[in-house]
Ligand binder design. Structure first.
Ligand code: 0O2
Length: 210
């Protein structure tokens, strides 16, 4: 991989990963604080768990190639939005929007892009709420606004997406039609399950308040 100079004085993969790691740590801490505060105010945790990862250099190069771009630091920083990725898993669909709103209200976070695959699922059945945001990382001599991709989904949606991802990987995107159809059917079941669980939870909360 050829590494050519990038933005903000970032020159090497080591510097890139340092920045993105710092951005991920900050996002994780922010989410933990929001979850704890939510527990304190509402006696309820909207976040089940959080997964964070830095995209491997190989995956970044693959994505750049797919988009007809050279493997330079500049292209990585400018065109690969998910070098730092955080996945927030929650119990109920309503939590997804609650969490997204809490993120949008953080003053140091700038929302670059939102893709709402919950309201508008993919034809494959994929459901998830995606945000590309920037968060400031303070280095010794400068501040670098660093991109993080946030995916917010329920436990059930995550289960579906993980299996679908594995299947796509196994068949290199050329998934047999009957398996794709089964996945669409499963996505419908996942959606129904999420609706049912939310309805049940709302009933239980109502009873608790009476
Ligand atoms: P991988 O496997 O994570 O490397 P953009 O970020 O807007 O410039 P992109 O990347 O198409 O363009 O954005 P989008 O649609 O928000 O997708 C971002 C990530 O969400 C993908 O990253 C996947 O991880 C996940 N994703 C999107 N669509 C699907 C889907 O249909 N099924 C599953 N299982 N995951 C999906 P990558 O880099 O494409 O893939």
């Amino acid at each position: 991989m050829e590494l050519v100079g990038g933005n903000d004085g970032i020159e090497t993969w080591q510097e890139v990963s340092l920045l993105y790691n710092a951005a991920l740590h900050q996002m994780e801490t922010k989410m933990e604080i929001l979850n704890e505060e939510f527990q304190h105010v509402h006696q309820y945790n909207p976040i089940e768990h959080i997964k964070a990862r830095i995209k491997t250099p190989e995956s970044i190069v693959k994505k750049l190639k797919r988009n007809g771009l050279d493997s330079t630091i500049e292209n990585m920083v400018n065109y690969v939005n998910d070098i730092a990725g955080i996945r927030i898993i929650c119990s109920f669909t309503s939590d997804i929007y609650r969490i997204a709103e809490m993120i949008k209200h953080q003053q140091d976070i700038q929302v670059i892009k939102v893709k709402d695959y919950i309201t508008y699922p993919k034809t494959s059945g994929y459901k998830s709420y995606h945000m590309i945001i920037t968060i400031p990382v303070y280095l010794s001599d400068r501040k670098v606004d660093t991109k993080v991709e946030i995916q917010i989904r329920t436990v059930a949606m995550d289960f579906w997406a993980s299996l679908e991802h594995k299947i796509n990987y196994k068949f290199e995107g050329d998934v047999p039609a009957h398996i794709s159809q089964e996945l669409v059917d499963c996505a419908k079941m996942v959606s129904d399950l999420d609706d049912k669980m939310l309805q049940l939870n709302d009933e239980i909360m109502d009873l608790g308040r009476k």
